[in-house]
Write a protein of this length. Structure first.
Lengths: 175, 104
């Protein structure tokens, strides 16, 4: 059952990612990107990261994509822009992404058999509850406490920076 | 239950990564370039989760890497959108070809 879900979600993710890149209207791009993120969240559930799937949907589809959508509508971009893309740039994009992708896929096909299941075949007891919030919270607040606090400082500085960049400063501030 | 091969997950993330790279090269609109960057970050996240499950199934390090990548992506998107709005106010455009200066 799980492989069918995997291939369906993989097809959905790649199709909607292609539509993100190729659709002319930025609003359609944002909506297809939301679809890509739901497909990726389904992959996370299949890979035993259930809490991460929920966080991914909340943060990306709920916060970042809504922000993008509001900005696209605020800046009046919801019409067909970009009358012509230079074909030289397209060719450069195809070469740069396509050739490196072929190289990486060839590498994965060649070097796969040593890696797959190396950890699972060692007699590890496989626990499919490992991605739930209880286990994650225990590790997050003991082993990963310092990165957690540092990321809160990062968020604070990003928030201050966004407010400072976003405010209009036509007239000087009088105190 | 048959297990999904690891290399198929790697193919998926590679395809998403290079779709993002292609979009980053060819689009001129700054918002869609930013969305391509989000696509690239998410393909890397899939790799982290897949390797965490297939190689270190009893540990959680890959999941925490992914959580911190999501945190950094959220902060980056907020700051980038503030810059884009500021740029639109001074230039009336967010085309990357027309904005060759950021100081107003």
């Amino acid at each position: 059952m799980a492989p069918y879900f995997f291939y369906f979600l993989a097809f959905l993710a790649i199709f909607s990612a292609l539509m993100v890149v190729f659709s002319k209207n930025p609003v359609y791009s944002v909506l297809f990107l939301v679809m890509t993120f739901f497909a990726i969240a389904g992959q996370y559930i299949l890979l035993n990261a259930q809490f991460l799937a929920v966080v991914h949907i909340i943060v990306y589809a709920g916060a970042i994509m809504v922000l993008f959508l509001f900005v696209v509508m605020l800046l009046n971009l919801n019409k067909e822009l970009e009358p012509h893309k230079s074909s030289l740039l397209k060719l450069a994009g195809v070469i740069a992404s396509g050739i490196l992708m072929l190289t990486l896929i060839g590498t994965f096909r060649g070097a796969t058999e040593q890696v797959v299941g190396a950890g699972l075949s060692d007699g590890l007891t496989y626990n499919n509850q490992v991605g739930l919030v209880k286990n994650l919270g225990k590790v997050l607040f003991s082993d990963f406490l310092l990165p957690f606090e540092l990321s809160s400082i990062l968020f604070l500085s990003a928030m201050v920076g966004a407010v400072m960049l976003g405010k209009r400063d036509k007239e000087p501030i009088e105190l | 239950m048959t297990e999904i091969p690891l290399q198929h997950i790697l193919f998926l993330s590679t395809a998403l990564f290079f779709i993002g790279v292609y979009g980053f090269f060819t689009r001129k609109n700054m918002i869609t370039m930013l969305m391509s960057v989000e696509l690239i970050l998410n393909s890397v996240n899939i790799n982290f989760i897949a390797f965490n499950k297939y190689l270190f199934a009893d540990k959680l390090d890959g999941i925490f890497f992914t959580i911190f990548i999501i945190v950094i992506a959220a902060a980056e998107a907020a700051v980038a959108i503030a810059i884009i709005i500021n740029l639109y106010r001074s230039h009336k455009s967010i085309d990357v070809d027309e904005t060759n200066e950021m100081k107003y």
